[in-house]
Design a protein around this ligand. Sequence first.
Ligand code: NAI
Length: 344
Amino acid sequence: MRIAFFDAKPYDMPGFDRYAAEAGLELKYFETRLNEDTVSLAAGFDGVCVFVNDVVNQAVIERLHELGVKVIALRCAGFNNVDTRAAYGKIHVFRVPAYSPYAVAEHAMALLLTINRRTHKAYMRTKDFNFSLSGLTGFDLHGKTVGVIGTGKIGRIFADICRGFGMKILAYDKFPNPESGLDYVNLDDLFAQSDIISLHCPLNEETEHLINADSIARMKQGVVIVNTSRGGLVDTEALIEGIKSKQVGAACLDVYEEEGDLFYEDYSGHIVRDDKLVRLIAMPNVLVTSHQAFLTEEALENIAQTTVENLVKFSNGIPSPDTEVCYRCPRAEDCRKERSGKCF
Ligand code: NAI
């Protein structure tokens, strides 16, 4: 199999080179992202390997299909950037459902600790021999209530971490897990009672702008919002208004609605034209990281291993029901994977 690997970064290559060599896969790395302008680069390849900000919309999928591409291997968990309905029946789509949920959950806590205890500011100050503590006051996490939205792999680990801090945990999930031992409440109660709200659900039609002007108005004043899931879960304008009015006390954002054109690239020395992002970054109680929650050695290793396994299994006609996705996922009543192991 020949695979066109889009949006390649130096940290991707060591693991992928090793696993691909062992499996006899030929990878060609392209630094550019996959989108309507670059899709022709996939000519002559059997598959494409893509990441979170590659654009795999209907037009791209139709062109990939014309080019004879048979498989899209996402090297990430979320698949909201792939038009799975357009791909259905034409191109199989695989993802890496879990590469290190610890990486993301731990990053969410790192963001929360940083924004609360201002360690990012303290670091800069002491580097400059400024030992003043003014403006660095935080609050104890112990005894606070955290609302966890989405209690899958990452949300549950985040809840465990919070429990270790002595926090009270409220959970909301469309499909609550009765074995999780979590205290499930409805969204209204979670919004009303949480001091901190952390998002761990997927982005889809139902969850888009889950955090909006209306939901922010129903939250506790001074709530801290943590989003390590997908930018589209938060209505950015509403968040900015919430912070300006002090209804939102702080925001930790590893993801951003319009991150596709910016994140993973170095724009230092440029004028960034995204006024909403610039506004957020300029706010003292907002911490932005550029979709790096996944970035641990363990996660990179697991991503490379599972992605190559997905491609090898596909090539050999072996079903991979745990990693193949389609527009019916998750939990469709008439899921074909239950019967044949494949989405189609
Ligand atoms: P998961 O599939 O294990 O859990 C997602 C949970 O969300 C499930 O329990 C599901 O029932 C729930 N859910 C689905 N629809 C919902 C709705 N409408 N309302 C509330 N809950 C709903 O996924 P996992 O591995 O825990 O990942 C969660 C999200 O984290 C992913 O969707 C992805 O967007 C994001 N992510 C971010 C990364 C980063 O680097 N920042 C890396 C990996 C994942």
